[in-house]
Design a protein around this ligand. Structure first.
Ligand SMILES: NC(=O)c1ccc[n+]([C@@H]2O[C@H](COP(=O)([O-])OP(=O)(O)OC[C@H]3O[C@@H](n4cnc5c(N)ncnc54)[C@H](O)[C@@H]3O)[C@@H](O)[C@H]2O)c1
Length: 248
């Protein structure tokens, strides 16, 4: 009863772990999925699940406009937008103007540019669902995470404002806030910092009441819920998927 069959969904950061898991789930639910990512799909992830893929930097409005038009030409107008792409810069008061420009351009302006070019088509369809991906980092302070956390707080603000702006058009806007999810990026960052993966895994697990990190599919399941009609009376909400991280 999700009502997702044949709906077109655009997912930014679609080749990343959470974006791709969301794509897999939405395909399973019957959606036609389009993955947007700044990286090329060298591993053929999109064709593996029958999705389309466009290479686009969401911080560049000309690229966003072109890719949204191309996606519509290929599959028709999207009624679902998942703003999942993110730039990860973890700095505190040492952040430079260039750091701020880079992270805000993708994590805040990029999400907004996507909405700008997807929403007119949603309006013509008579409704839709936008899901902005924030984080537990959009609720609390974390040491040396100021740049990233500021953008994750900001995207919750975008959700609240857009929910007001777009409700008259039948477009719902919600935020999903994952806790720590076990991803390839997590493993890679441990390796890059020369940290023991198992130790880091346990440290991250201990931050959650459920004493483990989440799995990408557990976030994707909630994306599917927010995309479809099961969440028809939800807009402007923060949906926390964090194994109890914030409950403590
Ligand atoms: N992994 C976690 O533990 C976790 C926890 C909470 C929230 N999140 C959020 O979930 C989302 C996805 O995270 P992930 O762990 O899958 O990361 P990831 O690095 O695997 O995926 C991010 C994707 O975004 C793409 N991207 C980056 N900049 C882009 C740009 N300018 N234009 C288009 N694509 C761009 C990257 O190429 C990458 O494929 C992010 O918004 C992140 O903040 C992740």
């Amino acid at each position: 009863m999700r009502g997702l069959n044949n709906r077109v969904a655009i997912i930014t950061g679609g080749l990343g772990d959470l974006g791709y898991a969301s794509g897999v789930r939405l395909v399973e639910e019957g959606c036609q999925v389009v993955l947007f990512d700044r990286l090329p799909d060298d591993e053929g992830k999109a064709p593996k699940i029958g999705a389309a893929c466009f290479r686009v930097d969401i911080g560049d409005e000309a690229e966003v406009e072109k890719a949204c038009a191309a996606a519509q030409d290929r599959l028709g107008p999207a009624s679902i937008l998942v703003n999942c792409a993110a730039c990860f810069i973890f700095k505190s008061i040492d952040a430079t103007a260039a750091d701020w420009e880079k992270i805000c351009r993708v994590n805040i302006a990029g999400a907004s540019l996507m909405a700008k070019h997807v929403v007119p088509r949603m309006k013509k369809l008579g409704g839709g669902s936008i899901i902005n991906v924030s984080s537990v980092s959009g609720f609390v302070g974390q040491a040396n995470f100021a740049t990233y956390n500021a953008t994750k707080f900001a995207i919750r603000g975008l959700t609240k404002c857009w929910a007001k702006d777009l409700a008259p058009f039948g477009i719902r806007v919600n935020t999903i806030c994952p806790g720590y999810i076990h991803t390839a990026a997590f493993v890679k960052s441990c390796q890059a910092l020369g940290k023991d993966i198992e130790e880091e895994n346990q440290r991250a697990a201990a931050m959650h009441l459920l004493n483990r990190q989440g799995r990408p599919e557990e976030v994707a399941a909630v994306v599917a819920f927010l995309a479809g009609d099961d969440s028809s009376f939800m807009t402007g909400s923060d949906v926390i998927v964090d194994g109890g991280y914030l409950a403590q």
